[in-house]
Design a binder for this molecule. Structure first.
Ligand code: SF4
Length: 507
């Protein structure tokens, strides 16, 4: 275990995330916003090593960030390193780089994305592109942020593609997200969905749809002029969850009718995350086709029956392939397949075989996530049972870090070889082996919603639950979340729709 305290420094959360990368099982992070180190004895001997970040003023215009370690209560703190800070309002980059460097030397561990922890690589690349020639950016990522050479090149390649895609989205545009809280069962690794929605789509589906209908209907009565001025035209809609395909066929038809009420233009991209193969029926796909929705996501996560059973998905490789074939037969023109690297029971060879089998199906897009589990959660313990390691949860799967990294690389080579290009990159701070999530698409088959939503340049209006709306003022994103709880969402009324309208339209 390890702990952290910091003083004179208001962005401790970034430091905490950095420490969690090295000591993922840290259960007791000491965070002190007042610059006081808490009495250590209260936390017991497991507190150590205790890391201390200090931002101090050296003179009127000189600041310094120093990183210390204290290994035992009776020992004094040892300086691991320090760096000057030119902008004390934003000490994050240099202080995170220093913390990474010190922790890496102290533990002997390195991570593929180096100090880019809690920061989206695309944002950093975008910022660097404003000040440096493109051919220098990869080496800046390596030198300044300790990113590995492969990942630095990947970040630049993806960042450039993202930039080109952003140029395709007119400046005065917005996106819509619809969150569906239902899933047939809960998958073992999932910490996302609202528990109230598990196995409840038949019991509560129509109540949810009534409420969603009210929410969408309120929106379509917002004043046109204000919508045009503040939001612009609807560029992309994404229906996610949860498992939107979990509804009965009748309720699914209703969901689609509600979506059709949105101000869709001829160029609006419309993507439905159908979800797991066990919810697919020909009728649901026909409902989509008849409504003009031809873009779907299928989330197999693995094509290995043993792994699917272990993660609690009552579906099989054969059913996944059947769902894919049905979708093709029913005229789906865009299919994304989602996979997760690091699931228990999956070997390197099995994972690569799955990706190659997926490529043979010829989908327009394939996304690979690295497994991310909330450390110490009940779910995590249940998932890994007695094998839970008391070291680092990032090592929780059956493959070690190096194998995970090389497996991801091999999967990427297969995707490149088959003509897919990476375009949408993001990271979860607890991704196994510090790895990323990356979407690959055939040229021209990218999902613009992903780029629009991630960019913080465009507003995103969200309905349902879980769902977070975002407006962008002077380059800064502000967010308003619909209730995460289904029962709370169902209780919202006119006053909440009004609050949301005021938030999005700044009225
Ligand atoms: S289908 Fe997806 S959202 Fe639903 S429980 Fe499984 S992982 Fe979570």
């Amino acid at each position: 275990m390890a702990s952290l305290t910091y003083t004179g420094y208001e962005r401790g959360n970034n430091l905490k995330q950095m420490l969690q990368q090295f000591y993922g099982n840290a259960k007791d992070l000491t965070v002190d916003y007042n610059g006081q180190i808490r009495p250590l004895f209260q936390h017991g001997p497991n507190l150590y090593p205790l890391f201390i970040g200090k931002l101090s003023r050296e003179s009127s215009d000189r600041f310094e960030f120093s990183f210390y370690v204290k290994e035992k209560a009776e020992e004094t703190e040892k300086l691991l390193g320090s760096t000057p800070i030119t902008n004390p309002e934003n000490p994050s980059s240099p202080s995170l780089a220093l913390a990474y460097c010190c922790l890496s030397q102290y533990t002997g561990q390195t991570w593929p994305w180096g100090a880019l922890n809690g920061i989206r690589p695309g944002h950093v690349v975008e910022g660097l592109m404003e000040n440096y020639p493109v051919d220098l950016i990869s080496s800046i990522l390596e030198d300044r942020y300790f990113v590995s050479e492969d990942k630095a090149k990947l970040a630049v390649e993806t960042g450039l593609r993202e930039k080109l895609l952003l140029e395709k989205i007119p400046r005065q545009s917005y996106g819509i997200y619809i969150g569906v809280p239902f899933c047939p069962t809960r998958c073992a690794y999932c910490s996302f969905t609202t528990p109230e929605g598990i196995g409840q789509s038949s019991a509560k589906g129509s109540l949810f749809l009534d409420q969603l209908d009210r929410e969408v209907t309120d929106f379509i009565h917002w004043p046109d002029q204000a919508v045009q001025e503040r939001l612009g035209n609807l560029a992309a809609v994404y229906i996610g969850g949860g498992t939107p395909g979990d509804f009965s066929e009748d309720d699914f038809a209703r969901l689609v009718q509600i979506i059709r009420k949105l101000p869709l233009g001829p160029a609006t991209e419309l993507t439905m995350e159908m979800g797991r193969a066990d919810v697919f029926t020909r009728k649901k796909l026909q409902i989509l086709r008849e409504a003009g929705i031809h873009r779907i996501c299928i989330n197999p996560q693995s094509l290995d029956d043993g792994v699917l059973e272990r993660i609690g998905r009552p579906t099989s490789r054969a059913e996944i392939i059947e769902a894919y074939r049905l979708s093709e037969e029913e005229g789906m023109e865009f299919i994304n397949l989602d996979f997760i690297l690091g699931l228990p029971g999956e070997t390197e060879n099995a994972f690569i075989r799955n990706i190659e089998d997926a490529i043979r199906l010829n989908p327009e897009s394939i996304t690979i996530h690295s497994l991310a589990l909330k450390r110490g959660s009940d779910r995590y313990r249940e998932f890994f049972g007695q094998n839970i390691k008391d070291t680092n949860p990032l090592e929780a799967g059956d493959m070690d870090d190096q194998t995970l990294i090389s497996t991801m690389d091999k999967a990427y080579q297969s995707l490149r070889h088959a003509g897919y290009e990476p375009y949408y990159l993001y990271r979860h701070r607890l991704g196994l082996a510090g790895l990323e999530n990356l979407s690959w698409a055939k040229p021209g088959q990218e999902t613009l919603y992903n780029i629009l939503m991630m960019s913080d340049r465009y507003p995103v209006l969200s309905f349902g639950t879980p769902a977070i709306s975002k407006r962008v003022d002077g380059g800064k994103a502000k967010r308003l979340a619909n209730p995460k709880s289904l029962s709370l969402y169902l209780r919202k009324d006119q006053s909440y729709w009004k609050e949301k309208r005021n938030f999005m339209l700044l009225t």
